[in-house]
Design a protein around this ligand. Structure first.
Ligand SMILES: [Zn+2]
Ligand SMILES: [Zn+2]
Length: 243
């Protein structure tokens, strides 16, 4: 349990790091973030389709839980939160009320809770899968913290509140890992199925659209870079510990 809690804590720290980036407002730090979004999307989709889905199909109705995970994120990120998308918030006209910032924390919080569930459930199946899902989570964590902090600032909140929002997301990731260890250890395949749906939504419906909107072949190719990174990481982990 300590191993995956440590990984969840590192992932949580990356949320805070992303929030620090946006509140310290150094323009030069911003460019590489889109490459993490693109590479993270490739890595996450590979992890979901090649490892998470096959591991979760041992139980009945596994794909129903995948669907619940997928639309659960859509529900919270795009109906409960009045305005949310990955990347820097620049639509000033869209964010009039400060409440939009905290509602975005709630919306994105459901997704970040399942970042922690994925790491812990993966670890309960095998340490190799846990580490693989940790990498999938870590790749999009800094952009995630950046996103929520920029929404908070655009909603008129202070830098302190923006940092607190990043920390809240990180805390939810740790909570997801703890809750999985406490309550879902016997139903790990279901936890994995729901978090596979969450991962597919975040990668294919939140991150890939950002990659396509920003445009450019270099960014497009970085998605394939994420796939390649997955192949290498998966092979290395199989060599070290075995699936
Ligand atoms: Zn916007
Ligand atoms: Zn996440």
């Amino acid at each position: 349990m300590l191993a995956y809690l440590a990984l969840a804590a590192v992932a949580a720290a990356a949320d805070v790091a992303g929030a620090v980036l946006v509140t310290s407002a150094h323009e030069r730090h911003r460019v590489p973030l889109r490459y993490f979004v693109a590479g993270g999307a490739g890595f996450m989709l590979a992890a979901a389709f090649v490892r998470m889905l096959p591991e979760s199909t041992h139980v009945p109705h596994a794909f129903l839980f995948v669907l619940i995970g997928y639309f659960g994120v859509h529900l919270f990120e795009h109906t409960v939160a009045p305005h949310f998308h990955f990347g820097e918030e620049t639509h000033r006209e869209a964010l009039l009320r400060p409440s939009a910032g905290w509602l975005a924390v709630v919306g994105l919080g459901v997704h970040t809770l399942f970042d922690g569930v994925a790491i812990a459930a993966g670890f309960l199946v095998s340490p190799a899968l846990g580490v693989l899902l940790f990498v999938a989570v870590l790749l999009h964590k800094v952009p995630e913290g950046f996103t929520i902090a920029s929404i908070m600032l655009a909603g008129g909140h202070s830098r302190g509140a923006a940092l607190a929002a990043g920390a809240a997301l990180g805390g939810l990731t740790i909570a997801g890992a703890v809750l999985t260890g406490l309550f879902a250890a016997q139903q790990v395949a279901y936890a994995l199925a729901v978090s596979a749906g969450v991962t597919i939504y975040v990668a294919a419906s939140d991150l890939i659209p950002e990659v396509n909107r920003e445009g450019g072949p270099a960014l497009g190719w970085t998605v394939f870079g994420g796939l390649l990174f997955f192949v290498v990481a998966d092979w290395l982990l199989a060599e070290l510990g075995g699936h």
